[in-house]
Ligand binder design. Structure first.
Ligand SMILES: O=P(O)(O)OC[C@@H](O)[C@@H](O)c1c[nH]c2ccccc12
Length: 404
């Protein structure tokens, strides 16, 4: 039998208050659980709202078949917990001003209440609001696929035998002492969604070697394939080619698995983007980095994110992105603005290293962000585009900063 049974009105108890934000909740019967319809003990009581409940009749039949073996099994309890955590994360994200949604609305976590699955229908269509959101959604899918090929247990074993990491933060401090200029993190970047292809005939190892010769303290390697035409194989190849600069894995991290993976591919540091991650996630991911010997560059792009990050213990490196990943707008006065006042004071007090990121092209730009308080810079476009990236570095700083 197909079709819907008549819509029933039942008071519905929801496990998380965030559900009340949604006006339209539809409910379908869970097959594996018993008791619907037959069991009047399952009550749905919402403090103030009533929701329409629609049940597929075919589902209903199945649920009645299994209904004799009543129970809340352990697996179910776990799924409910997982859901609660995910909903809690969503609420946290909203309360922390994070606009990036981690999944398309239709893939939002299913809710459970008694034997019902809840699918929340927000009025937003399933399209990302900006490029950062689009990338984030894609990462979710990509990571689940990659996890199947490289299960976490295997990565953990590989990490045990991996060579030690190099000191990313130490290299930046040393470079600054050596040159009196901000330490350079030179980025191996073929393309970006905002600028298109930056370099045809892109040879990541050759570029990395040129950067090292030119005096870069560290390198940043884009590993995202779809939007930046990068790859983990670039990270691995650069590491295996004998480059000594510590390497930042430039990735959109949404899952701890990615950090383990980066470590097995030769990363010494990873990027964590505050516009995507909640404080709780950053705290947790930082712990994993620490355990694996990786440095973490925590990236912010506005006052609010800076405030959040200053409230998290154990952050040594803060990146200020002059490019909004939501709008692509680049403005290097962003670095200056975020380092003024109370935030700047706290950063100096904690002896954090601030990295000025994006849109830096000239010695004047470098002098400007240095005067604002940065002790390192992350530069891609202006140096990768040069036919000789080694010379590009000298051009960027207005003088030769190589060791020789
Ligand atoms: O090429 P630019 O403008 O010099 O920017 C480098 C770097 O800051 C930029 O690539 C970047 C900063 N944060 C990111 C996060 C994801 C991807 C890329 C980035």
């Amino acid at each position: 039998m197909e079709g819907l049974v008549p819509v029933q009105r039942l008071p519905l108890r929801v496990a998380s208050p965030s559900l009340y934000r949604y006006s339209n909740v539809s409910v379908s019967i869970r097959r594996s659980l018993s008791g619907f319809a037959m069991d009047k003990r399952i009550r749905f009581t919402a403090p103030s709202s009533e929701f329409s409940i629609r049940a597929q009749q075919s589902d209903l039949k199945e649920s009645l078949v299994v209904s004799s073996s009543s129970v809340e099994d352990k697996g179910n309890a776990l799924r409910i917990k997982e859901w609660e955590v995910e909903m809690y994360q969503d609420e946290l994200a909203v309360s922390q001003g994070i606009r990036i949604r981690r999944k398309p609305p239709s893939k939002a976590p299913l809710g459970y209440s008694g034997p019902f699955e809840l699918r929340l229908h927000s009025n937003d269509a399933d399209s990302p609001r900006n490029i950062l959101e689009e990338i984030t959604w894609y990462k979710d899918v990509e990571v689940s696929r990659m996890k199947e090929l490289n299960p976490l247990d295997e990565l953990k074993k590989a990490v045990e035998n991996a060579p030690p990491t190099r000191d990313f933060v130490g290299a930046l401090r040393m470079a600054q002492e050596r040159t009196g200029l901000p330490g350079l993190i030179a980025e191996v970047k073929k393309a970006s969604p905002s600028r298109g292809v930056l370099k045809e005939n892109f040879d990541p190892v050759e570029i990395a070697q040129a950067y090292e010769k030119g005096g870069a303290a560290c390198l940043s390697v884009l590993t995202d394939q779809k939007y930046f035409q990068g790859g983990f194989e670039n990270l691995e190849a650069i590491r295996n080619a004998g480059v000594e600069c510590p390497l930042l894995c430039k990735e959109f991290v949404v899952d701890p698995w990615q950090i383990y993976y980066a470590r097995t591919k030769g990363a010494d540091a990873v990027l964590l983007i505050a516009a995507v991650l909640t404080d709780l996630e950053i705290t947790y991911l930082l712990k994993i980095c620490k355990k694996l010997g990786l440095a973490a560059l925590v990236e912010v792009h506005d006052e609010r994110e800076m405030g959040r990050v200053l409230g998290i213990e154990g952050i040594e490196l803060v990146g200020i992105n002059n490019r909004s990943l939501e709008t692509f707008k680049v403005d290097i006065s962003n670095t200056k603005n975020l380092l003024e006042g109370e935030h700047g004071r706290q950063i100096r007090e904690k002896d954090m290293i601030v990295v000025g990121e994006s849109g830096l092209f000239t010695p004047d730009d470098i002098a400007y962000v240095q005067a604002a308080g940065v002790r390192a810079v992350l530069v891609g476009e202006s140096i990768v585009k040069q036919s000789d990236p080694e010379k590009g570095i000298a051009g960027l700083f207005g003088r030769n900063i190589s060791h020789t």
